[in-house]
Design a protein. Structure first.
Length: 204
């Protein structure tokens, strides 16, 4: 089956039957509607497009409205394409019922943006600590970044200060601890990327 689109609700912890406490993330997973089915004959590859979250018609483009109308649903705030070969029809709804407690899933999302950060936070540099020898205001400085006249340049990929976070991250093999089919809630062990209410993609 293709994956699901969801929304990160937040983190909590639950106890197992043995009394162990597990940190976990609560996700609203679906329901998702199949808004498009792509085939090898027409599109050159097989895939399905899933829609999640309702949006006002006034906030959707005419193209989005027509696309959703063809699938027999309202405009969706999020659409994601999954590579998939199998029996699935336009307008079908997939929910959290496609997962089972105890199985493992992969979850992808956009990590929290942390702005422009230095090398200590961004690359775990140690700095110079409380060293003496005339160090002044250099505790978190990057230090030397390259050689002199040869090669007369800074190599690509040098770990330096810069924008941190706000990138796509996938966390693999997260165990499903609990499923609430009535509220479309999925509880997985551990943390996932993104802030609260951010969109995530869940795949088996």
């Amino acid at each position: 089956m293709p994956g699901l689109i969801g929304k990160k609700i937040g983190m909590t912890s639950i106890y197992s039957s043995e009394g162990k406490n597990f940190p976990c993330t609560v996700i609203q997973a679906g329901p998702c509607v199949v808004t498009q089915v792509k085939t090898e004959e027409v599109d050159g590859y097989s895939a399905v497009q899933m829609g999640f979250g309702d949006v006002k018609e006034s906030r959707a483009t005419k193209a989005e409205l027509g696309h959703a109308k063809k699938a027999g649903t309202g405009a969706k705030s999020e659409t994601v394409e999954f590579r998939f070969e199998g029996e699935i029809n336009l307008g079908d709804t997939l929910s959290v019922e496609m997962f089972n407690e105890g199985e493992f899933v992969d979850i992808a999302g956009t990590s929290k943006g942390k702005g422009f950060q230095g090398v200590v936070k961004r690359h775990n540099f140690r700095g110079v600590g409380q060293a003496t020898h005339g160090q002044h205001n250099r505790l978190r400085a990057p230090g030397s970044i390259g050689a002199g006249s040869d090669p007369s340049r800074v190599f690509k990929g040098m770990r330096m200060a810069g924008r941190m976070g706000g990138s796509r991250v996938k966390v693999q093999n997260l165990r499903v601890l609990k499923i609430d089919t009535e509220k479309n809630i999925l509880v997985v062990k551990g943390s996932i990327p993104g802030a609260k209410n951010s969109t995530v993609i869940i795949e088996k």
